[in-house]
Write a protein that binds this ligand. Structure first.
Ligand SMILES: Nc1ncnc2c1ncn2[C@@H]1O[C@H](COP(=O)(O)OP(=O)(O)OP(=O)(O)O)[C@@H](O)[C@H]1O
Length: 282
């Protein structure tokens, strides 16, 4: 099989907050069409890395290339318009709006009419709104939301709300989708279901996915490769199978205890449990 071209190139990126080195000389590459996971203990720098990729944070040094273009110095709306969409750990939907209206919000960067003409509902604004709604209909179908299009978001189950948020990110027509713990707050059945929706969207829309995820079972099942961070540094970047049996990864998660025991713990999924335990305590 021929190798896909590089879509994302992160080179020697560093990011500091005062004396805290959130990211230390991190380098990795993501190929077009990859399902790429980022894992690591709490405070490892995962969210900071995503924030660098979509322009929320500017790195202290290093380079980030997306389809060969530098993202350094560009602001989040510009990066979104280049084709990078992002979801966050917490839901940010408008409860009193319908499913379709929430998804259409994802297209607003493509709409050029100003607030005044939009408010008066004529001319370009009206045409753009109609086009935006038409463009979102297929996304609702892909995400299994077609029958809910006119429902208010308010009373829908949490798992469905997560899917709406994904659909809104897809409405930005990204080439690269950044997901920050997409299944947080879902039980294991719901998590698997959401991951299947992500996979379906990825395949049908030809996306590349970079996902922060603590659930190792999910990472093993869906990710092509996984970047493991600890204290802002890259521990390894390899297949999930190789990563979960890598002694450096085991040490990072479980603090250097007996390796045979922790290896079994990792492969049985206890890493996710240990991570959740840490989160519950923090
Ligand atoms: N805006 C900020 N100001 C100061 N320090 C920050 C800021 N954002 C992140 N940090 C620090 O940078 C380090 C990495 O944090 P980050 O949130 O990226 O880790 P993480 O791997 O995503 O953790 P978690 O799994 O808990 O979400 C931490 O020490 C954190 O306290």
């Amino acid at each position: 099989m021929t190798e896909q071209p590089l879509l994302l190139e992160v080179r020697e990126v560093g990011l500091s907050f005062g004396g805290v080195h959130a990211i230390r000389d991190v380098s990795f590459e993501v190929r077009q069409g990859e399902f790429f996971a980022i894992i690591g203990p709490n405070g490892a720098g995962k969210t900071s890395m995503l924030n660098v990729l979509n322009g929320v944070y500017q790195p202290s040094h290093g380079e980030v290339l997306f389809a060969g273009k530098s993202l350094i110095g560009r602001r989040p709306p510009t990066i979104a318009s280049l084709g990078i969409a992002r979801t966050f750990q917490n839901l940010a939907l408008f409860d009193e709006m319908t499913v379709l209206d929430n998804v259409v919000l994802g297209r607003h960067h493509t709409m050029r009419a100003g607030i005044l003409s939009g408010g008066l509902w004529f001319g370009r604004a009206r045409r753009e709104e109609r086009q935006a709604r038409a463009a979102c209909e297929p996304l609702l179908e892909i995400m299994g939301l077609g029958e809910l299009r006119d429902h208010e978001v308010r009373d829908l189950p949490y798992g469905v709300k997560k899917r709406i948020e994904l659909a809104r990110a897809l409405a930005m027509e990204p080439r690269l989708l950044l997901l920050d713990e997409p299944v947080a707050g879902l039980n294991s059945g719901e998590s698997r279901e959401l991951a299947e929706w992500v996979l379906q969207a990825k395949e049908r829309l030809g996306l590349t996915v970079v996902m922060i995820e603590h659930d190792m079972a999910l990472v093993r099942r869906y990710a092509d490769r996984v970047l493991v961070l600890d204290f802002g540094e890259v521990i390894c970047c390899e297949s999930p199978e190789a990563a979960i049996s890598d002694p450096r990864v085991i040490r990072a998660y479980l603090g250097g205890s007996d390796e045979d025991i922790v290896r079994k713990a990792v492969s049985s999924g206890a890493v996710a449990a240990s991570q959740q335990g840490k989160e519950a305590r923090s």
